[in-house]
Each structure stands twice: as structure tokens, then as C-alpha cells.
Design a protein around this ligand. Structure first.
Ligand code: XUL
Length: 586
């Protein structure tokens, strides 16, 4: 039997079937359609800002301008619903949606959606014959208790994070139980803030969904469960038993369990697709909706990451670093989630808020808004940047937990003395080429240092780079030098929607077999020549000097982590002087 580790090759996806993967990320909704041979038959996307400008988002989000609500960042859930109609309409004209055997999805992690009382009934009554689409029908039924959802970028929950950690016996205990400390983007503290600051919304709420389960709920026309992988980003689930923790639920808000509902494994069936989608877009009424999950877990599936020592780095709105482990060690840094495609293992994730938008900001300031010039400047400057280290935070950062601000240091006597004895001097600015190198080197050095602290293997055996900036070879070359390993790229930059399509096929197979089957059954023997193939983009160790350079980066990473620590201490004592609670060491 396949589930018992038997011969997966006996399992077949029906020849004429299609599998649809959607990814509701911060800035867009994307789709990948796979055929039974795992070839890509269609892709498409809806960009929230430009395709749906009436929601007024920038980068897919709305930033609260009220000084009392600094750091509050939200998105309108109806925008995601409208994007779903638009995207399926576009896809229908390019592929035969009747052949879709299963659909699954990926979404930005941690965001919370508040369904109003009666929303379950409204979802089941979505009318395909009505002239209105999903969003106006949901609005007319008053299906949402809050028109805006706090998303992963929201950093306005510092007080709630402190309270929750205190109630749960400290940050480390909470991390050991739930997979992470109360990071500001975690959903539990978001819900607590909603209960404290908008009690009327919380009272009116029948169900809280994550962005992933919100989208799945639209597709099944009823509340879909939160899956156990994305659910781990909420601070309310025991990552070992995958059950809700009563004391954590109570630390968040009253009567929360009934608003969360049950959790389900990521490979489970959420339901059959609702009649709305059957009639509007010609899906088969037998099309299965497989549980949706978070974007990072879906990328893990899309990159078929399963070997210890493989590290994925996704360079997108958030930069993330992740790998698989069977012996997770939750700490104050990073997140541990159950692996969405293997109930026995876990994924370790580091998340940085300052990803592509911060790189773009530096490009605009120092490289005349041009990636070509940005790359030229990177190539003109020597590795190690002459001992110049930059810390650029346009958003309140997670790793390290530092507020918005730019900090620059030069190591004195960089060219003459031993690196580990060098003392740093703070400066106001660098020349433009050094600024450009400092952000790229700085981001990768931080990833390497924190990955090591979280127990991820450094140097990794290989890195699989994905996300927008992974198409930039100059950036990838620097990644290889700093981590000391070859860098591969996935043939497809959108690993999250690809992962969702593969998970749709996986969920379909599990349902067919009536038991869990290994994820590799979906793709066994079919990695090369399909959408899943990897390409070696930067080799490592072939050039003279690679190893010496790696050793120097090792020292520079150590120095960088020391400076980070000093920056944290400086901010803490400033807060203390101002007699304010220190937001960094709650
Ligand atoms: C991960 C995280 C981000 C979002 C981005 O914990 O918050 O990577 O998932 O969509």
C-alpha cells in the first residue's frame, strides 16, 4: 500500500485531469494549472493595486494613518474575493476548468478575517445566477464583521504579544508549545487586539479565518477548517499534538475556540467546490477543494524540499529562509510549522519583513530606480564591501526585532588587521555603490547568522532560491559566496501557486486511497523535464579564493550579529530612559 511506504508508481493521476493551485499573496492572486504529467498548462494573476484600484491598496495593503494606530496594516477581504472571480474568469477562457479534479491554495500567513454572525448561511447561499459577483453578494449579506483584516505586516500588536507571553509563562515556553514566541504578526495577538480595541467586532464575529481558510471557505461555500500548518502561525496550537491549546486560547480572547472551529491536516479535503463556481466557471461538481495553507509551506511543497541540508530562500515582499527537520527546536527566533506534505516532519522558517520593498527603496535612492545600474554597482564593488555593514529597516523588522531606521558601520583597519578584532564606527552614509552592496550582503549575512542560530545546517548542501529577486544572477552570486554552497533556481518563480497545485494533486490522491500517501507519489520519477526541475544557477567552490572569502564572511557574520545585539540594547535603554516599556524585549 502506498501509504505504508509501498510503490507510489502504482498511483496515477487520471490522464485528462487538471490540478489548480492559487496563491493569495500580499500583492496579488496567482494561479498555476498543472496537467496529470505535471506540466504547466496555464498561469495567470490579478494584481491587487492595478487590477482592483478601487480598494486603494498600495502593495496590496492599507496602512493606518492614525498616529495612535502606528504599524496597523490591513487588507480588505472583499478585494481577495473579487480577485478570485476575476482570476477564474480569465482562466476559464484559457483552460477547460471542467477537467480540474482538485483545487488547493496558498495565502500570505497570519492574517485574520472576521466573519459576521450568519456568514455561514450567506456562504452557502452564494447565487451563481445573480448579476452580482462574490464580493457584492458577501457585502449585501453583511458577511464580514470587520471590513479590514490585519495581515502579516501588521506590527501594532506589541502590547498584546507581551500580555500573551506573560500569560503563557514566557516567550520561550510559548515558543516550545506553539512553534514560535508571540511575534507581532502572529494571529492570536491580532485577535486579542481586535477583542480589546474593537469589542463590537469581536462580539459580532461568528468565525475567524486565516487568509488561507477564508479563500477555501469561498470555494466550498461554507467555513473551511484552518489547516494545521498555517494554524501553527497563530500561537494557539500545540505543534506536537496539533490540537488547540486551552490556556493559549484563553490568553487571547474569550470564547475563541468556537470562533476558530476545528483544525484539519493540509492534505485533507475541505469539501466539494460550491455550485457558484460550478455554474459560473464550469468546474465539475465533483471537483475537490483541498485545504489551503500558508505561502511558505506551499513553497516548500512547490520546491519539493525534503532533503535535510537543502535550504530554500524566497526573495519576495517578505524574505524567508526555510528547511525541513524531524527534530525541531523552537527558540525565540523563527517559526516551526508542521510540514504541509509530511505529517512526521516540520518546517523551520525565518521571516524578514524588509524584503523586496526595501531592496527597491535602496535601488531608487542609489541606483536611479534601475536594476541594471543596481547590478552594475554590485559588480563594481568588492566582496566584503571594504568592511562596510548596513542595516536597512523600512519596516519594523522581525529578525532582529528593530524599529524602522537605517544604520551604517565601517570596520576600522579593515584591510590590515584580523577581522575578528576589528572595531566598528557608526557613519551617516556610504557612497552609492557601497550602499547597494551593503543591503544585499547585509540581508544574506543576517539570514546566514540567524539560520545557524536556529539549528539550520550552515553551510547548507544547496540553496534553492525563489521569489522575484531570484531571477537576478548578480544577487544569487553574492548569496552563494556568503552561504558557501551552490545556488539552484526553480524553473518557475511562483513556487507557492505551483506548490498549491501539487498539493491539490496530493490531496486528491490521499482521498482516492482513503489514507495519507507520501507526497513523492505525486511527482515520483517525474522531477526532470517538468515544472519541478531545478537549474544550477551559481556553482560554489570552483573558483580560487571561494573558501577564503567564505571564511571572511564567517567573521563578518559574527561581527554583524554583535552589532545587531548592540543596536537592540541601545533601543532598549532609550525606551527605559523615556520610561516606556521596551517593545523589543517583551
Ligand atoms: C511568514 C510571513 C510572511 C508571509 C508573506 O511567517 O509572515 O512570509 O507569509 O506572505
Amino acid at each position: 500500500m502506498a501509504g505504508a511506504g509501498g510503490d507510489c508508481c502504482l498511483l496515477r493521476l487520471p490522464d485528462d485531469s487538471l490540478f489548480l493551485g492559487l496563491d493569495c499573496s500580499t500583492q496579488s492572486l496567482k494561479a498555476t494549472v498543472l496537467d496529470a504529467g505535471l506540466g504547466i498548462v496555464a498561469t495567470d494573476s490579478v494584481h491587487f493595486d492595478s487590477d482592483l484600484p478601487h480598494y486603494g491598496t498600495r502593495g496590496g495593503v492599507l496602512r493606518d494613518q492614525d498616529p495612535a494606530e502606528r504599524g496597523r496594516i490591513v487588507s480588505p477581504p472583499l478585494m481577495w474575493a473579487e480577485a478570485l472571480d476575476l482570476l477564474l474568469g480569465r482562466l476559464r477562457s484559457r483552460s477547460d476548468l471542467r477537467r480540474v479534479a482538485a483545487v488547493s491554495g496558498s495565502a500570505q500567513q497570519h492574517g485574520s478575517v472576521y466573519w459576521a454572525k450568519g456568514a455561514a448561511a450567506a456562504l452557502s447561499a452564494l447565487n451563481p445566477a445573480a448579476s452580482e459577483d462574490l464580493a457584492p453578494q458577501l457585502a449585501a449579506a453583511g458577511a464580514l464583521a470587520a471590513p479590514e483584516s490585519p495581515v502579516w505586516m501588521d506590527s501594532s500588536t506589541a502590547a498584546q504579544c507581551r500580555e500573551v507571553e506573560a500569560a503563557m509563562g514566557g516567550a520561550l515556553r510559548l515558543a516550545r508549545l506553539t512553534g514560535c514566541r508571540a511575534h507581532r504578526r502572529c494571529t492570536g495577538p491580532q485577535i486579542r487586539k481586535m477583542h480589546q480595541t474593537r469589542p463590537q467586532v469581536y462580539e459580532a464575529t461568528e468565525r475567524v479565518s486565516l487568509v488561507s481558510s477564508f479563500m477555501a471557505s469561498l470555494l466550498v461555500g461554507g467555513y473551511a477548517c484552518i489547516d494545521e500548518t498555517d494554524g501553527a502561525g497563530m500561537n494557539i496550537m500545540d505543534i506536537n499534538t496539533r490540537q488547540l491549546l486551552q490556556d493559549a486560547l484563553q490568553a487571547m480572547a474569550p470564547n475563541l475556540e468556537e470562533r476558530i472551529g476545528k483544525l484539519a491536516p493540509a492534505h485533507a479535503v475541505a469539501g466539494k467546490i460550491a455550485p457558484y463556481f460550478v455554474q459560473r466557471f464550469q468546474f465539475s461538481s465533483n471537483c475537490l477543494v483541498i485545504q489551503w495553507s500558508g505561502d511558505n509551506p506551499n513553497s516548500l511543497a512547490g520546491l519539493t524540499l525534503s532533503n535535510p541540508g537543502d535550504l530554500a530562500i524566497s526573495l519576495g515582499t517578505s524574505d524567508t529562509v526555510f528547511g525541513v527537520t524531524d527534530s525541531p527546536e523552537p527558540s525565540l527566533e523563527g517559526n516551526i510549522f508542521p510540514n504541509p506534505v509530511d505529517p512526521k516532519t516540520y518546517m523551520v522558517l525565518l521571516c524578514y519583513k524588509n524584503g523586496s520593498l526595501t531592496r527597491e527603496d535602496l535601488r531608487n535612492r542609489y541606483a536611479e530606480r534601475s536594476w541594471d545600474l543596481f547590478n552594475r554597482l554590485l559588480e563594481e564593488t568588492a566582496p566584503l564591501n571594504g568592511g562596510k555593514l548596513g542595516f536597512y529597516y523600512k519596516e519594523h523588522e522581525i529578525l532582529p526585532p528593530l524599529p524602522v531606521g537605517f544604520h551604517r558601520y565601517v570596520l576600522k583597519n579593515f584591510t590590515s588587521g584580523p577581522l575578528d578584532e576589528m572595531v566598528e564606527e557608526e557613519v551617516d552614509k556610504f557612497d552609492p555603490p557601497s550602499e547597494v552592496r551593503a543591503i544585499i550582503e547585509g540581508q544574506f549575512m543576517s539570514m546566514r547568522g540567524h539560520a545557524e542560530q536556529c539549528g539550520l545546517p550552515v553551510p547548507p548542501k544547496r540553496i534553492i532560491a525563489t521569489g522575484g529577486a531570484s531571477s537576478n544572477p548578480t544577487i544569487l552570486k553574492i548569496m552563494a559566496s556568503i552561504f558557501g554552497c551552490p545556488v539552484y533556481t526553480s524553473q518557475r518563480s511562483d513556487s507557492a501557486s505551483l506548490g498549491a497545485a501539487l498539493r491539490a494533486a496530493h490531496g486528491w490522491l490521499c482521498k482516492q486511497q482513503d489514507e495519507f500517501v507520501p507526497f513523492s507519489c505525486v511527482y515520483s520519477g517525474r522531477l526532470d523535464g517538468t515544472s519541478l526541475g531545478m537549474k544550477l544557477s551559481v556553482p560554489f567552490g570552483d573558483c580560487e579564493g571561494d573558501t577564503e572569502l567564505l571564511n571572511n564572511y564567517t567573521l563578518l557574520v559574527k561581527k554583524r550579529l554583535e552589532i545587531e545585539q548592540k543596536l537592540i540594547e541601545r533601543i532598549c535603554s532609550l525606551m527605559e530612559e523615556m520610561q516606556m516599556p521596551c517593545m523589543l524585549c517583551w
